[in-house]
Design a protein around this ligand. Structure first.
Ligand code: ARG
Length: 582
């Protein structure tokens, strides 16, 4: 309950700051005491006394304002003002028990189904197909997957959109190189086992070989103009590249499939009409031959308005043009009420501009929420963008190989009595989970340092720790030969530790709600880590199988089973596979 109260008080303070009762500069530390005399309630705080001065109010009046600003919560029975301005809280323990009993009976552990479900388009992963997926695509792919799973659990209609880059100018040089390679091999099929090498070879020729660049440029124009031969070559390349992506998705356990691909090229036929439409709506200005939308909201360094270029002087379209067409498709055809983009934070300006133009052009009406979930970079130990040993970008496939290899070494070093095949399977799960969890557990908006030793550690907020915690709770049931479904009786809050665990479990729905609304998977990671810790303390302090009486034993087993289900559900929302044993 302590945590719930802290959260309620924080929300109340935010409200009072927003309505001007409190200055925005206050950063109160919320302290909750346990009154010795239970008639004073279960918790007390001196918050109003501490904030009276900065608020310029008398403490009792401020206490009243705080109470009035507390969000509704059935767990809070009543709040009273005492003495010079203390606030006493009485909690409703029956309510807590009821909530957990309801969670127990629910597959979704008490996470409510949205009363008005959104149709959420979530644009994530979206790699450029000219190259293989590299470490930079990890974040978008797994954060997007976790958010998509969370929103689905909440009952929203989720439509993933993999907006792959398959239409840019780089394809000219790839086609030119392909053409020559195919002639040489005199076969219809091309060995594209290593796209990275192929890309590099094409790029070198583009930069160095006389006449190659011109040929490449002509081929793009032909391709984008619908030339059958170019399209055929291009399709071979795209199919192979997409296969590579799918292999990575499957290994990562993300839910994306071919059906979710809506590539840049798919909008090709819409681009001209976007230009006409923007012109009709009076939004276009010609600037040095290019078609632009100028927005008052975006200014350059000298205060000059920044243009969003939607058509180049030579008639070519841009990344922004395709994104405008995509917004229109997503609202008109997919009926999205919420569109989420998961990309690198460096694209923030691009999306702010796209959102702005989309509103002005009416592609996104007021009832549609447009959100850019930006994320920070993956850094190496030197604090610079993460690189492979040879200094190049790290292919995601190689990174996952290394994760599995390191996890296998770790498991073998612990001296396991499992068969080699079992160890290899556990290593696969642990390796992939470690990479994903290390990323998802960091605040999305910050950069983070990629470090094998920390992510594979059994201590701290890591995948191995949580996977192990989960198997440990499972083993309580295995050893006792008890099936969780057979448990009877109701949950009791016999001791502080029973209560602490019950409180922690009861917060799951609230955590899920914030992950869904803010697109922040690290809230869930932090919660699961705390839950595992609270369970440890409970497990040490409270005998389960040897509890004082049968009713208490049943209650504790129920709390343990709920813990296990919550860990497993939480990890599954993060797209992390769990293990039976480790
Ligand atoms: N292909 C882009 C990149 O790799 C990301 C696309 C994100 N989605 C979008 N609708 N612009 O940077």
């Amino acid at each position: 309950m302590r945590e719930q109260l802290e959260a309620l008080l924080t929300a109340a303070i935010d409200t009072l700051i927003a309505n001007g009762t409190l200055p925005a500069t206050v950063t109160p530390r919320i302290v909750l005491d346990r009154p010795r005399d239970k008639s004073h309630g279960d918790f007390a705080t001196n918050l109003a006394l501490m904030l009276a001065k900065p608020a310029g109010m008398n403490p009792r009046a401020l206490a009243e304002a705080i109470i009035a600003a507390l969000p509704e919560n059935p767990l809070l029975e009543k709040s009273d003002i005492a003495g010079p301005g203390f606030i006493n809280f009485s909690v409703n323990k029956n309510q807590l028990i009821e909530q957990l009993e309801a969670a127990w009976a629910d597959d979704n552990l008490g996470v409510p189904v949205a009363a008005q479900p959104d149709t959420v388009v979530i644009d994530y992963s979206s790699p450029n197909l000219a190259k293989e997926m590299h470490v930079g695509h990890l974040r978008s792919t797994i954060i997007g997957d976790a958010v998509a799973r969370t929103l689905s659990l909440q009952g929203h209609k989720v439509i993933p959109q993999n907006h792959v880059g398959d239409w840019g100018t780089q394809f000219g040089m790839l086609l030119a190189h392909m053409e020559d390679e195919l002639k040489e091999q005199a076969t219809e099929t091309l060995e594209l086992a290593d796209l990275e090498t192929f890309y590099k070879a094409a790029k070198t020729r583009f930069d160095e070989e006389k006449g190659f660049a011109d040929r490449a440029r002509q081929l793009v124009v032909k391709l984008q103009g619908g030339d059958a031969y170019c399209l055929k070559l291009w399709q071979i390349f795209i199919d192979t590249s997409m296969e590579h992506c799918q292999t990575v998705y499957d290994r990562l356990g993300v839910q994306l499939t071919h059906a979710d691909v809506m590539a840049e090229s798919a909008y090709n036929n819409e681009l001209a009409s976007i230009i006409t439409d923007l012109r009709e709506k009076g939004l276009l200005v010609e600037d040095q031959g290019a078609q632009c939308v100028f927005l008052d909201e975006f200014k350059g360094k000298e205060g000059e308005p920044l243009p969003v270029i939607v058509q180049k002087k030579d008639g070519g379209y841009l990344y922004a043009t395709t994104d405008l067409a995509a917004v229109r498709y997503r609202t008109d055809t997919l009926n999205a009420t919420r569109i989420i983009y998961v990309t690198d934070a460096r694209q923030a300006l691009h999306f702010a501009q796209i959102f702005n133009v989309s509103r002005k052009a009416g592609y996104a009406k007021d009832n549609v929420s447009l959100e850019h979930l930006g994320f920070g970079m993956v850094l190496g130990k030197d604090g610079r963008p993460y690189k492979s040993r040879d200094g190049g970008v790290t292919k995601l496939a190689d990174l996952l190989d290394e994760a599995e290899r390191r996890a296998l070494e770790l498991i073998a070093s612990k001296g396991s009595d499992l068969s080699a095949a079992e160890q290899a399977d556990i290593a696969r799960v642990v390796g992939i989970a470690s990479v994903k969890y290390a990323d998802l557990s960091k605040n999305r908006t910050s950069d983070y340092m990629f470090d094998w030793d920390t992510m594979l550690s059994f201590e701290g907020n890591t995948a191995p720790y949580l996977l192990y915690a989960n198997t440990r709770v499972k083993s309580v049931f295995q050893r006792a030969g008890i099936e969780p479904v057979s448990l009877t009786g109701t949950i009791q809050l016999a001791t502080e530790q029973d209560q602490a665990l019950a409180n922690k479990l009861a917060r799951f729905p609230e955590i899920i709600a914030s992950v869904g609304s803010k697109g922040m998977p690290h809230y869930l990671c932090g919660y699961l880590f705390e839950l595992a810790g609270t369970f440890s303390s409970f497990y040490e302090a409270c005998p389960i199988l040897n509890a004082d009486d049968e009713a208490l034993k049943q209650s504790r087993l129920k709390l343990a089973a709920l813990t296990q289900r919550t860990l497993e559900k939480g990890l599954s929302l993060l797209g992390i596979e769990t293990l039976e044993r480790m």
